[in-house]
Write a protein of this length. Sequence first.
Lengths: 344, 295
Amino acid sequence: MSRHSRAALELLGPVGLLVAVGLIGSATSVSTRQDFLGALIAATTVIALYVFVGNSGVISFGHMSFVALGAFAAGVMTIPALVKPSVLPELWPFLADNEIGSLASLVLAAALGALYALVVGVPLMRLSGLAAGIATFAVLEITHNVLRFWEKIGPGAKTLSLVPTTTGIGTATGGAVIAAVVAFAYQRSRRGRLLRASREDGAAAQAVGVRIHRERLLAFVISGSLAGLAGGLLVHQLGSITTEQVYLELTFLTLAMLVVGGVGSLWGATVGAVLVSFLDTVLADAEDGLGLGPLELTLPDGASLVILGLLMTLILLVRPSGITGGREFGLPSRRHPTAPGRPS
Amino acid sequence: MNVLQWVIDGIALGAVYALVAVGLALVFGVMRLINFAHGELITAGAYTLALTAAWPRAASVAACVVVAVALALATERVAFRRLRGATVTTALVTTFAVSFALQATWLMAFGPEGRTADVLTTLNRAAVRGEINLRWVTIVELVVGAALVAGVALLLNRTSIGLQMRAAAADPRAARLLGVRADRVIAFAFLLAGLLAAVVAILLTVQTPLVTPRFGLQITILALVGVVVGGIDRLPSATAGGFAIGFATAVLGNALPADDRVFLPSFTFLLVIVVLLVRPAGLFAPLRAPVVERV
């Protein structure tokens, strides 16, 4: 197989999976469709995280900051200006008087995500290892704290509601596919390869002239922009959101999805997100009773999360490098079974 | 409120955080694992106190210790033992998953509204009143914190198992070649972590008797931040880091004007970022410590 057709196949896997989720979702009832929307938005979030963590090898606990910023910016700006003063009385006049459409709000969410990642990334990208993990976590804590208590820019501790629910199955699929294509284009670009080289061996990469700080910053900004987009999609799916929904639990779940799928590849990020999302859905449904042919399975209330946690633990113990082993999508008989994408 | 009061409150809270930090750093030392599920040991201990509130006080406390230690050993045996050799990211996320499963278990078993553990609430009585207010629990926190940190230090420096733990932390492969049994050393580290978590559970329930499924989460996250800020590679610097973040939280909480107090986490974490940028290897790490990349 030629290099180009292999590359096409590597992109086809993730995009095909996302489109399949979208197509099946569009054929289901309105209530079931929410689960498919959830899976697609989770995939967008996880791909966003992958662009930075997968390519740089540096962990980030801070990406939910960009999702939160995107979600609240898109939400606040699309609530009709007529009702804004009554639901968000403390808002700055500039935010209260203006109103934009849903599509524009997604662009805004992505732009703000990128900008915030740039501001945070300039100082933070000098860090590696655990220090980077904790510093990005500190960013999440600050973002959450400010969003929760500063009522001039948002709803504070209250629920942001009356956001137009415009994320349909088409928008969600489109968003996820855009994220996958951007991630793929970046990781195959010269800049992406420079960063991946620094992931494998930082000292060697620096020795041949890779400027690690600059490369990490670029990945962080792309990643922040996609995370902002995911936040925008999320708020327009839910229609109402609180700061707690884009905080610790989602941070851990998103990271778990990425690692369960395989940190080192776009295919891993996509598979992990889709698989864990649907696992969550199926288990939650099983609490209300799930028909499996002649069998009727009913889980006790609350058991679904226990099982989800145990299953994730099990997958990580059995396959520490994730379900995909950090490999890109491809046909089984490839010449380089451990080619790019395997973290050391 | 005067400055001396702030300092006393800060030291007391710092002592509790330091105990969590020691538990995290011991396990990290012997197997390079950040055990996020440490908080669930604290929660398990606290629930035990709540469920055994009708028992004699000593029996209740003993049960708390037994449950926390048993859970620590069980998580090590069932899950974390298999993580040796895994990357730090995978190992960390696995401990998230274990923590997630345990939190969901507490939620399923005990409900979201919480149980009350009022076993030792008599310690809330004032010991000193007047210019400076001092409750008994503050004194207990100080004494127990100092005693346990000193005890762990003695254990590590004066006993055979302590020597083996330090050897395994310094160079796992060389230690194994010299006959240090990894299983035993790691299990012992988890045993100590469980013990410390039980003590933290007892101290925390005195001040906040309401035990919810996320009881141990917040302090573990903050202590973990403190451990990394202090320098996770060495026990003294990690402990000092845990103490520092507890101290800073208490003092900033008292010092900030009431209107700005809701933004306390922002100030604390801004400080964290600044320290990490200036001293990535840790605030209390030796000056010439190499910056080792582990994630």
